[in-house]
Design a protein around this ligand. Sequence first.
Ligand SMILES: *Cc1c(COP(=O)(O)O)cnc(C)c1O
Length: 484
Amino acid sequence: MIHEPLIYKISDEGKRAYKLPPLDVPEKENLLNNLPTRETNPDFPEVSEIEVVRHFTRLSQTNYCIDIGLYPLGSCTMKYNPKINEKIAGLSGLSSVHPLADDELSQGNLEIIWKLEEALAEITGLPVCSLQPSAGAQGELVGMMLIRACLEAKGDPRKLVLIPDSAHGTNPSSAHLCGYRVQEVKSNEKGQLDLDDLDREMTEEVAAVMITNPNTLGIFETNICRISEIVHSRGGFVYMDGANMNALMGICRPGDMGVDVLHLNLHKTFSTPHGGGGPGSGPVCVSQELAPYLPIPRVEKKVEEFVLDFAQPKSIGRVQAFYGNFLVAVKALTYILNLGSAGLKEAAEIAVLNSRYIRACLEGTYHLQYETPTLHECVFSDKIQKEHGVNNIDIAKRLIDFDLHPPTMSFPLIVPGALMIEPTETESKEDLDRFVGAMLEIAKEAAESPDLLKAAPLVSYVRRLDETAAARNPILRWQPGQED
Ligand SMILES: *Cc1c(COP(=O)(O)O)cnc(C)c1O
């Protein structure tokens, strides 16, 4: 296999993708009107068109993506994103619109935002939604800022936020960034939030409980209504991390469980690309009580006209340039309208079914810390394979040799050696069986030839990396003259 060099290494001075013919009209001076310009050229690589195309095409072929195969990263909901989403988002009236265009020129676009906010409000059972946050984590921060603003307006600012020990790391960070002290609440032997522990910790100093439901073990918090009652009776708010809505959409609604505010990840549940495939979006949905504090601008419907409303005196202000990642909203609305309410429900049901199928096939071969039934994902551990000296990293690396993406590793933290598997609804039984087959084969290898697993991956583009060295001595920027 060819090892693709950095593009700087194939750069040569003067190479261009194309050249314009010599100028045959008088040259015009000072086109930029004395605007500030850089004095030296940036250090860009200089390459021909074919070199650029081949370089990036070769790189793309060394990577794994959802269009190649199953991508069972737990908590991340790596579902296949139907191409119709991209087709609609590519329409020029949507992709070429200028964010500073007047409201009257952007009626269709504002309507899309408004419709998606309405749809998400309906799906979550919370009456008001804002699409502005750009990611789940920013949605969390905005949600906590709303709670803070509302409590401060009541003259009861409070200091603490309670978070279960199974939570995603972004939960405590968001609460902390918002100025709160974070206190952990323990999970019980069923892998659920411990009600007695919550009852004890839930004092009048607590602003909110941040809870993920189903939680990061894939387990539904069956006491959620009681949890909300306890929190509300002491003047706190219930924040729900909605990253796992793929298990619930169309089936039940957090708003009906007493949740006051939640974020969604459009790039998880609502079929928009993750990370490298485009920007994310983490809308927040809130109760009427928190709605006045939502970020500005809000999209409002006035009789037959949509307007961007900046006149929200209690708003926490802007959290974003313009109005969030608009084309992501277009893709999510396309997905929702394409499936319809029955289709969304079916997607959630199949997501749960697929995960339970994998659990049933691997249970016994891989260790499960909790007996409790799971929804859209399940968390195994490497406990059985550890007896042969094989850990979850070895298992994950070996999966790469089977042309499969590994599951999420070592999270949630309450499961030592975790392998967190979320197949999503878009995988066929054949693909699930291929994954299960690989996992069973790896378990066999772990017992019979553990050394093989220690050396994996054996046939991948990049072999096992020295993770300690990479963490201790990260090389984040290549400099001319330096080795790869
Ligand atoms: C993905 C995820 C987040 C963070 O979302 P981003 O969009 O990556 O910022 C928060 N909580 C849970 C449970 C998640 O799975």
